[in-house]
Design a binder for this molecule. Structure first.
Ligand SMILES: [Zn+2]
Ligand SMILES: [Zn+2]
Length: 392
């Protein structure tokens, strides 16, 4: 065990208290007012930390200058919870009905504040500046873009951007630091298929958008299975279908929605082009009209291989027993990708599941909870990574 890990371990009660406090009081994206107050309260305890709050509504940035000049590193932590009714049974369960920290962002906040405390303690010897970015609304609501618009990537301009996610898909002791694209680009779509309503017993007098929707959904399945090279990856998921009210009425309209995911620009362009063609032409074949709305949620998270290599080295020295995975990819998406489009960086995953203790529910499930020892690992990794990157 290195001394940084021991320092992080000593602060575990602080980290755990914060995490459980955030967990009790989850707030949805752009509504993280109490969360922001706690962040400001904790950062204010650190002398010389320059704090800006109210960025993109509830975002907070703390800037810490080291004792020597050097590079600027941005560390980003997400703040928002989800509209999930908690079912973990823990004594620090959510007190806000219908809301839950079911993705682990409560843990990220606690890691962020503890990391700030430790880097602050050693700031005299730090050659550079650290920007601690606490970002609202990561869960598909546009928090990263809103913060970028308010100028967080300037004055000073960060040269490296780091972030992490507790990762319940993998056990404690697993750390994912991948080269290149590791989380997918994500678009959402909505398709309105319009036919002509009429009597269910006289279908020839109407144009049936339900049959058209069935056809469209079927043809969409062959884009990924038949047009994407087998060693590449892509997803088109139709996740909702709404239309019709009565057993004897052909409805006027059916609405489909879902998500499109990919890792590379090339695949993304192909999926979007073919999605439009299939929806429009299949609708036309069924005499219906289609109106497509695509919303760009985030690009792929693309790790800079040089920075990823430094982090793998850091992690290997800190956690000699850990499994460090350099090839892991996931079809989850993450709006940190927008910051990493502007600034080279690395996004790490910290295995946090513990199946023996029943802490292995997946992210966004009502039973989601993680092994809190992963918090200390996250803190130690970020503190060491900042030190190692500034040394270079
Ligand atoms: Zn999530
Ligand atoms: Zn998340």
């Amino acid at each position: 065990m290195t001394s940084i890990f021991s320092q992080a371990e000593e602060l575990f009660p602080y980290t755990q208290n914060l995490r459980r406090d955030f967990h009790r009081h989850p707030e949805l994206g752009f509504q993280e007012h109490r969360t922001a107050e706690i962040i400001v309260r904790e950062l204010s305890k650190l002398e010389d930390m320059v704090i800006q709050d109210g960025i993109a509504g509830t975002g907070v940035v703390g800037t810490l200058k080291g004792g020597k000049p050097g590079r600027v590193i941005l560390l980003r932590f997400d703040m928002d919870a989800l509209p999930v009714e908690e079912n973990t049974g823990v004594d620090y369960s959510s007190e806000n009905e219908g809301l839950m920290h079911a993705c682990g962002h409560d843990g990220h906040l606690a890691i962020g504040l503890t990391t700030a405390r430790l880097l602050h303690e050693g700031r005299e010897n730090l050659p550079g500046t650290i920007k601690f970015v606490f970002q609202p609304a990561e869960e598909g609501l546009g928090g990263a873009v809103a913060m970028i618009k308010e100028g967080i990537l300037s004055d000073p301009v960060p040269e490296v951007a780091l972030a992490l996610h507790l990762w319940n898909e993998k056990p404690l002791g697993w750390i994912g630091i991948t080269d290149g694209p590791m989380m997918s680009a994500s678009e959402t779509f909505q398709v309105e298929i319009t036919g002509k309503g009429g009597h269910g017993g006289k279908p020839h007098e109407s144009i049936d958008p339900i049959v058209a929707a069935a056809g469209i959904i079927n043809v969409l399945q062959s884009i990924v299975s038949r047009e994407i090279p087998p060693l590449d990856s892509g997803v088109i998921t139709v996740s909702s279908i709404h239309g019709g009210e009565a057993h004897n009425v052909v409805p006027e309209q059916v609405i489909l929605s879902g998500t499109i995911r990919s890792f590379t620009e090339e695949t993304r362009d192909l999926l979007l082009k073919r999605f439009h063609e299939v929806v429009e032409q299949t609708s036309a074949a069924y005499l219906c009209r289609a109106r497509i709305t695509i919303e760009d949620i985030s690009p792929a998270v693309n790790n800079d291989p040089k920075i990823a290599a430094v982090l793998r080295q850091t992690a290997g020295e800190l956690f000699p027993q850990a499994v460090i995975d350099q090839g892991y990819r996931t079809m989850a998406s993450e709006d940190m990708a927008f910051m990493m489009q502007e600034i080279p960086g690395c996004y790490c995953l910290i295995g946090s599941a513990d199946s023996e203790r029943g802490l292995d529910a997946k992210h966004h499930q009502p039973e989601f909870n993680f092994d809190e020892r992963a918090l200390t690992q996250g803190v130690a990794l970020l503190v060491s990574a900042v030190q190692d990157l500034l040394k270079d």
